[in-house]
Ligand binder design. Structure first.
Ligand code: HEM
Ligand code: SF4
Ligand code: SF4
Length: 490
């Protein structure tokens, strides 16, 4: 079983407990945003009570009783930081397994890699602000790690030789880092999603509440406590380490600081160069606009998941706008063709002429295939996205994405003799928004809307990923059964 199949199996397993919408494995990116929001909120409060001088910082934090509101916020801050690392790791793993480092994904991938060292620096630097034994250990270990770099003229570790060397100026630098780097992180995060439209920033309410509640429960069950004030004259004998945030120190200790640099550098270099190391197959041609059939309605602009379409003045019709595709940004997903109001069957069976289309997979070819199927006529028309399961025992019309299907095709199939229409799609759209747009268009909530006269009971959406062919076939068999019952007079 490959990695992606194993991940999907795990997702389906977790679905049983949380349901697909609130499954944390399906949206670790949004959970990372939630953890970040909790961090910023609790961090601002902690900053208000923190004494930013080297000799009073420890006491100002330690004064927060574990079960007081301040103490709980302090523990929440730590556990949210751990959660941010966990969710980011899952997010990277998920994107990696979906091979989202190349083509349209490259920008998000590369900016994502930049977020990793920032996250590590913010996490480690947070411990120094408390200036307890753990903060002391971490600051010294980090200084020794940097001292392994040949470029440094003076060893940084000298700054931690005795209490006098850690003055308020050095401590102000710690504070500045822990406040300044998160601002840089937020900016980098904004950059990270620049090439995506309709970004899913926030997890569903139930998941957000559940995750916040779990972190608060951790804070109540195991409140974070200081490990005694820093004493630079002595080396801490034993410390409770936070492995999520401080893993680098034991790694540098076990290998050597230079080897830890090599490991971290190689890891980041591999991630950063992945788009060039593993390029994958050539990109499919971008969507093409037909100026004769584009009326500048903007629907394709609104539905494109990668913000690849803009409107420009129509060169031939001065009062109109025209869609324009940036080929570098286009994922060739076909969602725009499904959104275009010109993607409708024409009177007298004339070939369809849409405003925007995939040249390698035109809507006219899909209509041609549907026409051939309706000539029989079939009990059931099955449309399936290329990234979903292939149900056996059915004539399947394939699409790049379920979002490529204009709702008018469903109407046409049912009007011209099909008993029902099933649309098989992947569980989490590989093109981000296709499944959502399909459901909303068919429910009449988003243009182009499926006509209200269409009997919805003759329509079925089948979520099934590649490899779930048997499940898809079973869902379609059940739908056929239901259609028979609808037909039979009771
Ligand atoms: C602070 C850490 C991070 C946060 C909070 C975060 C959050 C997000 C969010 C909210 C999205 C948009 C999801 C959507 O609407 O489809 C996204 C997309 C993405 N992220 Fe991250 N991310 C982080 C780090 C990373 C890292 C380290 C990588 C990889 C090295 C990465 C790779 C990606 C990719 C490839 C996408 C685009 C997916 C697509 O093209 O469909 N992210 N991220
Ligand atoms: S095919 Fe259309 S919807 Fe998809 S990315 Fe390209 S322009 Fe956007
Ligand atoms: S949806 Fe069609 S008609 Fe509307 S702007 Fe896009 S290409 Fe033009």
């Amino acid at each position: 079983m490959d990695g992606l199949a194993a991940w999907r199996r795990a997702e389906r397993g977790v679905d049983r407990f949380f349901g697909a919408t609130a499954n944390p494995l399906r949206q670790p990116g949004t959970l990372a945003i939630l953890a970040l929001a909790l961090l910023v909120g609790s961090g601002l409060w902690l900053y208000a009570v923190l004494d930013t001088s080297a000799d009073r910082a420890y006491a100002s934090i330690d004064a927060l009783a574990p079960y007081s509101p301040g103490g709980l916020l302090r523990s929440l801050h730590r556990y949210a930081a751990d959660a941010l690392v966990l969710f980011t790791t899952l997010h990277v793993l998920r994107e990696l397994l979906h091979r989202r480092w190349r083509a349209v994904h490259r920008f998000a991938w590369l900016t994502g890699v930049v977020l990793l060292p920032l996250l590590a620096a913010i996490g480690i630097g947070g411990f120094w602000l408390h200036w307890d034994r753990l903060g002391q250990f971490s600051a010294l270990a980090t200084a020794e790690w940097f001292d392994a770099l040949p470029a440094l003229a003076q060893p940084l570790a000298r700054n931690f030789l005795d209490a006098a060397s850690v003055g308020d100026r050095l401590f102000s630098l710690f504070v500045f880092m822990h406040l300044g780097l998160p601002l840089l992180l937020l900016f980098a995060l904004w950059f990270h999603v620049q090439r995506l439209s309709q970004v899913a920033w926030w997890p569903p309410r139930s998941l957000a509440l559940g995750t916040t509640g779990s972190l608060l429960a951790l804070a109540l069950a195991w409140p974070v406590r200081g490990q005694g004030p820093a004493e630079l004259a002595t080396v801490p004998a034993s410390l409770a380490l936070d492995w999520w945030l401080l893993w680098l120190h034991p790694v540098a200790d076990a290998l050597s600081p230079a080897a830890a640099w090599a490991l971290v550098g190689a890891g980041l270099a591999v991630l950063f160069t992945l788009p060039w190391l593993l390029r994958g197959p050539a990109r499919a041609p971008a969507a093409v606009v037909d100026p004769a059939h584009c009326n500048g309605c903007r629907r394709c602009v609104a539905d494109c998941p990668y913000a690849a379409i803009t409107l420009v003045p129509h060169p031939l019709r001065p009062s109109r706008m025209l869609a324009q595709v940036d080929a570098d940004l286009c994922a060739s997903c076909g969602l725009c063709a499904g959104a275009c109001p010109s993607s409708v069957p024409r009177r007298g069976g004339a070939p369809i002429a849409t405003g925007i289309d995939l040249p390698q997979r035109p809507i006219a070819a899909l209509q041609h295939a549907l026409r051939a199927l309706l000539d029989r006529p079939p009990g059931l028309v099955v449309f399936a996205c290329d990234h979903a399961a292939v149900p056996a025992g059915a004539d399947v019309l394939t699409l790049e994405c379920s979002g490529q299907l204009p709702p008018s095709f469903v109407d046409q199939a049912l009007r011209e003799g099909a008993g029902g229409v099933a649309i098989v799609h992947c569980r989490d759209c590989v093109w981000r928004l296709g499944v959502r747009w399909t459901a909303e268009r068919l429910a009449g909530q988003r243009p182009p809307r499926l006509a209200s006269r269409v009997p919805r009971e003759r329509l079925c959406l089948v979520p099934a990923d590649t490899g779930e062919d048997a499940q898809a076939a079973a869902a379609i068999a059940a739908f056929k059964e239901k259609l028979l019952q609808i037909k039979a007079p009771t």
